[in-house]
Design a protein around this ligand. Structure first.
Ligand SMILES: Nc1ncnc2c1ncn2[C@@H]1O[C@H](COP(=O)(O)OP(=O)(O)OP(=O)(O)O)[C@@H](O)[C@H]1O
Length: 295
């Protein structure tokens, strides 16, 4: 059982092959983000370094306003850093989006209300397929294989809801639809911003289990923002702890609990050990002195 402090490399040590692109899924180096200017400048992120190996499940946790979403949005190419670099498999976030390497699941599922579940999850695929057909014709390459989206819906318990509209679904069902929609594009990196925060505890636990099953099947790299210590410990290989004012990483803790992580594991002393550890680190993050504003 181990924890690393103030290191921000997650995953097995990167061998010194010189070819970092194959051993690093996400590399963030010295990334800073300031909103506003002058007296109103707010340093949302200050000199963040983080390296994530392919296939890792990494959660980001920290007090409100510490920059978790900003960090995620930077990886997703929805924000640009004011300083520093972000790379996804050696490419810029722009190029990674263009190459469809990134899937994003926001806090609210954002389904198209006039399409049923199956149509919602297949829509991005149909749009991409048309674009890809054009590309592959030009490059004489074969298009990417299509995942079995109906099977994925079945896997998360939505078989009987495939032809229902979003308005006919519970919050948990809508969020499962959004997850399958993101996974349907077989992203190399799946970014999830508090996807289960609006759900009741039982639904949340069930979805955690289903997400872990899907992750196991699809073997993608996940960055998952959460406020829940239990959720972070259950899901993750690594938990990144952030502090606010300015937003920064203060701790990186490896969760070396066995997998699969069933609901039973949540009751074990080993699990509680990690919960306590992360809670302590979070409390320290709350108490950590405000650093001089770097803006
Ligand atoms: N577009 C924006 N313009 C101005 N300030 C912003 C913007 N986006 C975020 N901020 C500020 O940057 C800081 C970090 O925001 P961010 O949403 O990344 O934090 P967070 O850790 O995800 O918060 P929460 O846990 O409450 O969702 C906050 O103080 C927020 O008010």
């Amino acid at each position: 059982m181990g924890s690393k402090t103030t290191s921000s490399t997650t995953g097995p040590a990167t061998p010194a092959t010189g070819d970092e692109t194959t051993t690093t899924a996400i590399r963030i180096a010295g990334a800073s983000k300031v909103y506003g200017s002058g007296q109103n400048a707010l340093v949302a992120l200050d000199g963040v370094d983080l390296t994530i190996a392919p296939g890792r499940f990494v959660s980001v946790i920290g007090p409100s306003g510490c920059g978790k979403s900003t960090l995620l949005r930077m990886i997703a190419n929805l924000e640009r850093p004011d300083a520093g670099e972000v790379e996804i498999f050696g490419a810029s976030p722009d190029a990674a989006c263009e190459a469809k390497l990134i899937g994003f699941v926001p806090q609210s599922p954002a389904l198209l209300p006039w399409l049923n579940v199956l149509q919602n999850v297949t829509l991005p695929h149909r749009v991409n397929r048309a674009a890809e057909r054009k590309r592959s014709r030009a490059a004489s390459a074969s298009p990417r294989s299509v995942p079995d989206l109906e099977q994925l819906l079945d896997d998360v318990g939505l078989k009987d809801a495939m032809h229902k509209l979003p308005a006919e679904l519970s919050g948990g069902m809508q969020q499962r639809t959004a997850i399958v929609r993101a996974l349907g594009l077989q992203p190399e990196v799946l970014l999830m911003d508090e996807p289960f925060s609006a759900l009741d505890e039982f639904t949340r636990e069930a979805l955690q289990e289903q997400l872990l099953d899907l992750w196991d099947e699809i073997a993608t790299t996940v960055v998952f923002v959460t406020h829940s210590v239990t959720e972070a410990v259950r899901l993750s290989d690594t938990v990144v702890v952030m502090a606010p004012r300015p937003g920064r990483i203060v701790d990186v803790v490896d969760i070396d609990l066995p997998r699969p992580r069933s609901a039973e594991l949540l009751k074990t002393p080993e699990f509680h050990h990690f919960e306590d550890l992360i809670r302590d680190r979070l409390q320290a993050a709350w108490r950590s002195p405000e650093l001089p504003n770097a803006a």
